[in-house]
Structures are given as structure tokens and as C-alpha cells.
Design a protein around this ligand. Structure first.
Ligand code: PLP
Length: 397
């Protein structure tokens, strides 16, 4: 291989490799999306901001087409789609925009189970005196507590942050109902649809385009590209310096995201049915192999590729160590992983500490097979049972 290209290659993984069940953290890029990325980078490299020449014009057209695809999926208009460097940036832009277009401080209510990208942004804005925040409580399945929703609405609020689906336990939220209520009280809604896009029919209508946040790398697109879809957003009216200048568009990323969305539009329903079936199979196998296993989240309203478990008496970091190199899954959200603090989502659900410390998040994906599910069930069950035995001699309950 060319020396310049051979940047410190990773050791190849032996055999058929570990089973990847961490699709909530990120998904592999679909080979059809990858083809688009390479083509755009190699052939359509014009600057989409510089349409005085044919290269720029072609790049701009490709970005416009990608916007059209994303807009169609969300029943939005193409000009309402704003590409970003992922969901985190889209969230920051949305909240900065809401701050800039309301009188200070912006009154924000958010659920206790929002992604840290939302929570940290709101808390930072609060420390800067730009925001006054309140919390929306959830129940033991991470579903909204409607009394809490009513309370924040009647107390006066400018912006409500309710995710479309939770990235840890997979609970799906009735965002349309929340939006109707919020609009009735004069509040805007920020819907973090990062985990939901392509996985479920988004419960949206024309009424709900305040701020919707998406990311490509959860649907087999590349990392570092996402979108803020909004009827009112305008980069030039964002609080702070971010809106001062329009960056050069990430043409390959935008087009790849459009293509990833298109594939989800075409194949998502079938894929999701298959994944729900595999997930149910994995859940049933694990329940039969591991005594006293608890399934977390709302089993009546859950993402099809999500399985979130607690196995009291088996600390999750030790279970994951045993599975290292065999099955890749995680303890929770990407940003809690590695940090020692327990998940804020599970805390909000009121899980007892024995269950908090033993939670495992499994995310299935496009390449997951029945054979992998069978092998993973055995490996995960073995790891949990061994860890339990080492820690408690098998008397965990
Ligand atoms: N919101 C949710 C619900 C997520 O799951 C994630 C990523 O894990 C993010 C936001 C952040 O997305 P990104 O990685 O595109 O910044």
C-alpha cells in the first residue's frame, strides 16, 4: 500500500470477528452509501457555496437533492433542512437560535431522559444566564409523566425538548401529542429524532417543524454529518458567533446522509420488522438462560432494534470485559460509557442501584443475522452467569 495512505493500520480482527451489537452508538456505513461518498469526494468536489462555475453548481445541486429527500421523509420543505456536523451541533444551533429569538432568559423544559447533548447544552446556557430550565419527569419505563408535562406548560415555557426515541432504553415518545399541547401553550418543541429516524414512522405533522434533529451515523451514513430541520431556523440569527459565516458545505456528507435516508425510506420497514423479530428472539433466549433478568424500557412502545437489560449481581463493566473481542455492546449511551457515573436515564426511571450497575444496552442492525443472535445469546448469558457466580457465588437475589 502507498506509504502515505498506510496510516497506522489496526491489527485485523481474527476469525469471523466479534459480533457487533452496538448500533445505538453508531452504525457501519452501508456499502451503497460509501460508494456515494467516494464518488462525491473524488468526482463532485466543487464548492457548493461557489456556484459561479459548473463544479460548484453540480455540488450545490447534489446538496439540494439530499435536502429534498430528507424533507420528504419529514413532510418538510427542502429549504427547512440545514446540514450540520451531526445531532450535537444541530441541538446547539437550535437552542442558540431559540435563545436569540426570545426575550431572555429562554424558559426551557426538557425530559430527564434527553441525550446529554441536549442536557449539557441547556445546563451550559443556564450557567451563562441565558436559560431558565425545568425538568419533565418520566415513569419507570422512561415514559413521560403527563402531570409533569402539564406542570411545565402551565408554569410558562418557551421551548420543550422531547426526544422521539430514547438512545438507551429505546422508549418511543408521543411527540405529536406533546407538540399539540406545547403549541397550545405558545411553546416551541425540539425533537431529537437521532435514534428514531428510519426506525419508526415519525409521529409528526406540518405542525411540528420547530426544531427536529437528525444524524447520519445512526442510519448507516458517515459520522460527522446531521441535520436540523426547522421552519424558522436561520443561521444568521443564532446566538453567539456560530452564525456569523456560512461554512463550506460538506457535500459528500450531505449527499451520503440523503442516500442513507433514501435507503431507510425504501428498506426501513422490512429491516425494522426483521430486527424486531431478532431482538425478540435474543430477549427470549437471554431470559431463558439468565435467571432474574430485567428488560428495561417500554415494551409496548420501543425501538425495534433495542434491547436494554439489567442483571443484578453482575457489574456491567466486568461483563463487558468478558465479552471484549467476542460481542460488542455497551453499558448505555456513548457519552456515559467509560464514565463511572450511572446512567441519568436509568436514574430518572428510578431503577434501584443493583440494576443501575448491571445494565447492558444491545442495538441490532442491518447486518445482524439469526446465527449471530444465537451465538451472542450464549456468550452474553455465559458472561453474566460467570460474573454473578464470581461476585456472589450465585446468590445474587
Ligand atoms: N441525541 C441522541 C438521542 C443520540 O443518540 C446521539 C448520539 O448518540 C446524539 C444526540 C448525538 O449525535 P451526534 O453523534 O450526531 O452528535
Amino acid at each position: 500500500m502507498n506509504e502515505v495512505v498506510a496510516i497506522k493500520a489496526l491489527e485485523p480482527i481474527a476469525g469471523s470477528g466479534p459480533i457487533y451489537l452496538d448500533h445505538h452508538a453508531t452504525t457501519p456505513v452501508d456499502s451503497r452509501v460509501l460508494e456515494v461518498v467516494v464518488k462525491m469526494m473524488a468526482e463532485e468536489y466543487g464548492n457548493a457555496n461557489g456556484v459561479e462555475n459548473i463544479h460548484g453548481e453540480r455540488a450545490a445541486r447534489a446538496v439540494a437533492d439530499a435536502k429534498e429527500t430528507i424533507a420528504r421523509i419529514l413532510s418538510a420543505e427542502p429549504e427547512q433542512v440545514h446540514f450540520t456536523a451531526g445531532s450535537t451541533e444541530a441541538i446547539q444551533l437550535a437552542i442558540s437560535h431559540a435563545i436569540a429569538t426570545h426575550s431572555a432568559p429562554l424558559r426551557v423544559a426538557m425530559t430527564r431522559v434527553e441525550h446529554k447533548a441536549v442536557i449539557d447544552t441547556v445546563l451550559r446556557a443556564e450557567r451563562l444566564g441565558l436559560v431558565e430550565k425545568s425538568w419533565i419527569e418520566v415513569d419507570e419505563n422512561a415514559q413521560l409523566n403527563w402531570q409533569s408535562v402539564e406542570r411545565v406548560l402551565t408554569g410558562g415555557v418557551d421551548l420543550i425538548c422531547v426526544m422521539a426515541a430514547n438512545n438507551e432504553v429505546g422508549t418511543i415518545y408521543p411527540v405529536r401529542k406533546v407538540t399539540h399541547l406545547a403549541h397550545h401553550h405558545g411553546a416551541l418543541v425540539l425533537v431529537d429524532a437521532t435514534q428514531a429516524i428510519g426506525r419508526m414512522a415519525l409521529d409528526l405533522d406540518d405542525d411540528i417543524l420547530d426544531y427536529i434533529v437528525l444524524s447520519a451515523h445512526k442510519i448507516y451514513g458517515p459520522k460527522g454529518v446531521g441535520a436540523l430541520v426547522s421552519a424558522s431556523f436561520d443561521r444568521s440569527s443564532v446566538y453567539g458567533l456560530q452564525g456569523a459565516h456560512n461554512p463550506t458545505p460538506n457535500v459528500a456528507g450531505a449527499v451520503a446522509m440523503g442516500h442513507a435516508c433514501r435507503l431507510m425510506e425504501l428498506e426501513g420497514r422490512e429491516e425494522n420488522e426483521r430486527l424486531a423479530m431478532l431482538r425478540d428472539r435474543l430477549q427470549a433466549r437471554l431470559i431463558s438462560l439468565v435467571p432474574d433478568l430485567k428488560v428495561n424500557g417500554d415494551s409496548t412502545s420501543r425501538l425495534p432494534h433495542n434491547l436494554h437489560l439489567s442483571a443484578a449481581g453482575a457489574p456491567n463493566d466486568i461483563v463487558l470485559n468478558r465479552l471484549r473481542g467476542k460481542v460488542s455492546l455497551s453499558t448505555g449511551s456513548a457519552c456515559n460509557a467509560g464514565a463511572q457515573e450511572p446512567s441519568h436515564v436509568l436514574q430518572a426511571m428510578g431503577l434501584p442501584s443493583a440494576l443501575l450497575e448491571s445494565c447492558l444496552r444491545i442495538g441490532l442492525g442491518r447486518s445482524t443475522t439469526l446465527d449471530e443472535v444465537e451465538r451472542a445469546a450464549k456468550l452474553i448469558a455465559e458472561a453474566i452467569n460467570e460474573v454473578r457466580h464470581d461476585f456472589t457465588g450465585g446468590t445474587h437475589v
